[in-house]
Design a protein around this ligand. Structure first.
Ligand code: AMP
Length: 291
């Protein structure tokens, strides 16, 4: 179903958070976001409960599923996907730093944020629950709560776009769901005019990848940013003068449905990805969707 076919008053936001207690403190296990027609809500809730209760980081002690009626939403385009393979975490992080620098982030700020995320960006070297907000010029942390950070919520794909992405990504990755969820977060964050760029390194010990997303270069997915087995990760949103509280509010509360996709590249080596940073228009994209 394309967005135009959805009855606006019939949409629900469904949000799931699961945690477990470790030494008396709640630890994040899993989270999920959907915007769904109310007719499909029971199957969405069921899938989320199953995901929370069977997650490899569990068992979850606490699962919250929240439903909210959606009365207002924006329709937007997801970022194009540029896939890159790196031969080592050092090569992947160096490309990620170059992508951030190409979007206007100061070199020492880009390198500092990548290192902070590798060390655990929350107090005590733990992972945050959301993203940090970083001044692209000074490197100052601007999020209100350095343990929680900013969480992108209330965004999803239209049904038709979800089906399209699932099909085209299944041909190039064994875990299309992970890429779809990350693309949705990145497209919402970088779609906001106040955000210059976003960096993500996964905190999943079994997944060594992440991405840099900018409006100019798209969602650049890098398959190696850390060693397999490493559980430290996080996200950083880079800003230059934007009000961090306003940005956080928009990223957390505005409802966005993605119903357009400019397409995706073939898998590039780091050298070709650097050429993409200089001239994104020369990178061929396939599998576009929407107008
Ligand atoms: P993941 O890519 O799911 O492994 O998450 C990596 C890190 O990104 C987490 O440790 C959180 O700090 C952060 N994060 C996860 N989900 C979100 C979100 N929806 N919005 C902002 N930051 C997030």
């Amino acid at each position: 179903m394309r967005v135009n076919d959805v009855q606006r008053l019939d949409l629900l936001s469904v949000r799931m958070r699961a945690s477990r207690m470790v030494d008396g403190e709640p630890h994040h296990v899993s989270g999920a976001e959907r915007i769904t027609p109310s007719a499909d809500v029971l199957s969405v809730v069921q899938a989320m409960a199953k995901r929370a209760l069977t997650h490899p980081l569990g068992p979850a002690d606490n699962v919250n599923i929240a439903l909210e009626r959606v009365t207002n939403f924006a329709v937007s385009s997801a970022m194009p996907i540029i896939s890159v393979t790196a031969s080592s975490p050092a090569e992947g992080r160096s490309l990620a730093a170059d992508a951030l620098i190409a979007s206007g982030v100061a070199a020492e700020v880009a390198l500092g944020a990548i290192s902070a995320i590798a060390a655990g960006p929350a107090p005590g070297g733990r992972n945050m629950r959301g993203a940090m907000i970083v001044c692209a010029k000074t490197g100052r942390r601007l999020e209100a709560d350095s343990a929680r950070g900013v969480r992108a919520t209330r965004m999803d794909y239209s049904g038709a776009m979800r089906a399209h992405l699932l099909k085209v990504l299944s041909a190039v990755t064994t875990d299309p769901q992970r890429t779809m969820e990350a693309l949705c977060v990145a497209s919402k964050i970088v779609g906001h005019v106040g955000a210059m760029a976003e960096y993500c390194c996964s905190d999943d010990p079994d997944y060594p990848g992440g991405y840099v997303c900018t409006r100019a270069h798209g969602y650049m997915r890098i398959d190696t940013l850390k060693a397999v087995g490493e559980g430290k990760g996080g996200r950083a949103i880079f800003v230059d003068g934007a009000d961090p509280d306003k940005l956080a509010r928009a990223v957390e509360t505005d409802v966005v449905l993605f119903d357009m996709f400019p397409g995706m590249s073939a898998v590039l080596e780091c050298a070709s990805a650097r050429r993409h940073l200089h001239d994104p228009s020369q990178t061929p994209l396939t599998s576009a969707f929407g107008d």
